[in-house]
Design a protein around this ligand. Structure first.
Ligand SMILES: Nc1ncnc2c1ncn2[C@@H]1O[C@H](COP(=O)(O)OP(=O)(O)OP(=O)(O)O)[C@@H](O)[C@H]1O
Ligand SMILES: [Mg+2]
Length: 359
């Protein structure tokens, strides 16, 4: 699939913008603060229903304005599709696919699939497990909207249980009520863990191939670290939660389950740590992102759009070339403050509140 045109109004630094894009490589070039990432962010908004930079939609509304608007026209095998979003300073937001409201995020996913890679993503491999969980949760949700609903149910039960653990009720009362939540957490938790393991198996296979290509031979591998190891995940999780209740009451939050699990990422057998080289971390993360393209292609028979924010010019030439070879046939948006030397794709100059294609 590819984004053929983008219209935005009162989004970030843009008052009005209307651009047509190529189905191949689009390079957005301009000085710092010119508005390059803003364009990528708006494109991502149409895919994820939110910004990849902020949790707060209002940050994206142009200062002094009340309503932001984004519309994308997407070319797909079955024909053209439009995705629109309007959101306001008071928190109201609407998302539409072909003019029809998508009432839940799950209804938006899958229509326009974008994979974004920005410098922020390097944190996924360097920092806390929650970022790794968010990464796979997002990726699985894009492929499988029911997963997103499952997560929401799990998180609802988790929030209720945590409130209970912090409450001033008697231990007996807490025990009785916690059992109801533990049952729910085990039921949804089992499904979440199964989906994550299945997805990681695919991601592991695919990303190892990409990484070997990009790095010239390094072996990347992924492993899911679950809080339970038994085959019957639901029973094992339920039992673990039941026996942990005293410590949970003491600490005031739920100690086991998918919300505490992690993914181990290793290169040539060594787990990636904060002190691995920047280049290694960047390449590994890029491999994971590119691998999701192949997975989406297998599931939707369409290649997602790739958004590379400030990453391309940081790669050495061999890796740039390997990336472009791998992404052959994928519509790419590449932002860069330094002009790219090799003659590839269409160049767009970003600045002065506008995006202009160079002829
Ligand atoms: N809500 C907003 N309203 C108005 N302007 C905004 C808003 N949010 C961000 N901006 C402006 O957008 C500009 C930054 O745009 P953007 O992040 O796209 O730059 P960039 O071209 O990606 O720069 P860099 O090369 O440094 O990454 C800043 O000047 C900032 O003030
Ligand atoms: Mg930027």
């Amino acid at each position: 699939m590819y984004l053929s045109s983008l219209v935005i109004k009162n989004y970030r630094s843009y008052e009005r913008l209307s651009v047509k894009f190529d189905d191949g490589i689009n390079i957005l070039q301009g000085e710092n603060a010119a508005g390059k990432t803003n364009v990528l962010e708006a494109i991502g908004f149409l895919s994820f229903g939110k910004s990849f930079r902020t949790q707060k939609d209002v940050d994206c509304i142009k200062q002094g304005e009340d309503t932001a608007y984004i519309k994308g026209t997407i070319g797909k095998k079955q024909g053209e599709l439009s995705v629109e979003s309007v959101f306001m300073r008071d928190g109201k937001k609407s998302l539409k696919v072909n003019g029809e409201p998508a009432r839940r995020m799950g209804e938006l996913f899958g229509n326009f699939i974008a994979v974004v890679f920005s410098p922020e993503d390097l944190k996924v491999l360097k920092e806390s497990p929650s970022l790794r969980r968010r990464f796979i949760d997002m990726e699985i949700s894009k492929l499988k909207p029911t997963y997103f609903f499952e997560l929401q149910e799990y998180n609802k039960a988790l929030a209720q249980k945590n409130a209970l653990l912090k409450s001033r009720m008697s231990i007996d009362e807490i025990r009785k009520l916690a059992d109801v939540y533990n049952e729910q957490l085990a039921t949804h938790g089992e499904k979440i863990i199964a989906a994550r393991k299945a997805f990681l198996k695919r991601l592991d296979k695919q990303s190892a191939k990409v990484h070997e290509h990009l790095s010239g031979g390094e072996k990347l591998s992924l492993k899911y670290r679950s809080s339970v190891s038994a085959d019957d995940v639901k029973t094992a999780l339920y039992e673990k939660l039941t026996s942990a209740l005293n410590s949970e009451i003491e600490q005031g939050f739920c100690l086991h389950g998918p919300h505490r699990e992690d993914i181990a990422v290793s290169i040539d057998g060594d787990e990636i740590k904060a002190y691995s080289s920047q280049g290694q971390i960047r390449t590994a993360m890029l491999s994971l992102k590119l691998a999701t393209l192949g997975i989406a292609k297998a599931d939707f028979d369409e290649l997602p759009v790739l958004l590379l924010d400030d990453v391309f010019s940081e790669l050495d030439h061999a890796r740039q070339r390997a990336l472009l070879e791998y992404a052959d046939g994928v519509q790419c948006f590449i932002t860069t403050a330094v002009p790219i030397k090799s003659k590839i794709g269409s160049i767009y100059t970003v600045g002065g509140g506008n995006v202009k294609k160079e002829s």
